[in-house]
Design a protein. Structure first.
Length: 312
């Protein structure tokens, strides 16, 4: 049996770490979500691309809903690879709690293209050509968004570009635009050179390293705000998203409305902001405790190795 002998210093470090965790939970306030109107519409902050632990994400569907609350999102879509079920689970949880609004979704994922399907109830199969995927989404009155349309996907996407409802213009690759294969500028070109207008979408493609709501879409919705009102707004391209320099992409009338009466989206970067002094202090104590635990373990291992009887 393992012997549990913890030194007083180690117990203090554990207690400090526990205080940090406790502080993080108790002080975890969510930002205010004031009611905002522009150009006669209700303005919502949305993120329409997030993954869960169902595949290669980290949070559960319920966790995504809770994190969306913390990130001040009004509407979120869970878009798991090739299944709509996690988003339906998230929607049920959001409806039973205090939101935010969840719009169902899926990322139809193949080697040739990725398509975000929003507002669907049944899974759209990836085992068909892109035309079939788009038709299946539209047959459910859903919205088809070209996911991260970088040049790698253009051979499939370009012939069908005008059949999409929208395209992602902002994405976390805008924050690490170093790879030749995944260049953010390709996404901008895909959107701006479309021969028919597309809705402009900013999405965080949240898995675990980036931040949910890092890139956001402002959706201009007719009230009352419902899931179908959001879908209608996306279908009518009533969206605006901003790049890192604050340049707006989207419906020209809405961009003009934001120019005459500016609107600054809520926290939307990698920075952590403690909600209060207590929060910051307790988190600092927690980090010190974790550091102490690691240092004490390393020291104990060194001592054990030194004291072990040497083989003769
Ligand atoms: Zn993708
Ligand atoms: Zn994705």
């Amino acid at each position: 049996m393992m012997r549990l002998a913890l030194s007083p210093a180690y117990l203090v470090a554990i207690a400090m770490f526990g205080a940090g965790v406790f502080g993080g939970v108790v002080c975890d306030e969510r930002p205010e979500r004031p009611v905002v109107h522009r150009a006669g519409y209700r303005v919502l902050e949305g993120d329409f691309h997030a993954h869960t632990g169902w595949s290669d994400g980290s949070l559960s569907p319920l966790g995504i809903v809770r994190q969306a609350n913390r990130r001040g999102l009004d509407v979120v879509s869970i878009t798991e690879h090739n299944t709509v079920w996690p988003s339906r689970l998230g929607r049920a949880y959001a409806n039973a709690t205090s939101g935010p609004l969840v719009v169902t979704g899926e990322e139809v994922t193949t080697a040739r293209f990725h398509v975000i399907a929003i507002g669907i109830e049944s899974t759209v199969s990836p085992d068909q050509p892109l035309d079939g995927v788009l038709a299946a989404i539209h047959a459910q009155h859903g919205i088809a968004i070209a996911a991260h349309p970088v040049r790698h996907f253009w051979p499939s996407l370009l012939p069908a570009r005008e059949s999409f409802d929208a395209a992602e213009v902002m994405h976390p690759i805008a924050y690490s635009d170093r790879s030749a294969a995944w260049r953010w500028s390709d996404m901008v070109t895909f959107y701006t050179e479309a021969r028919a207008p597309l809705g402009a979408i900013g999405s965080s493609d949240y898995h675990w390293m980036s931040v949910l709501g890092l890139c956001r879409t402002l959706v201009f919705v007719r009230e009352p705000v419902t899931e179908s009102a959001v879908i209608d707004a996306l279908r009518e391209h009533h969206t605006v998203t901003f790049d890192r320099e604050g340049n707006a992409f989207g419906d020209e009338t809405l961009v003009a409305a934001l120019r005459s009466e500016p609107y600054v989206p809520r926290t939307s970067d990698y920075a952590y902001r403690g909600s209060s002094t207590v929060d910051r202090v307790l988190r600092t104590i927690g980090w010190l405790g974790l550091t102490g635990m690691l240092l004490l373990r390393a020291r104990k291992r060194r001592v054990n190795e030194r004291d072990e009887p040497q083989p003769k």
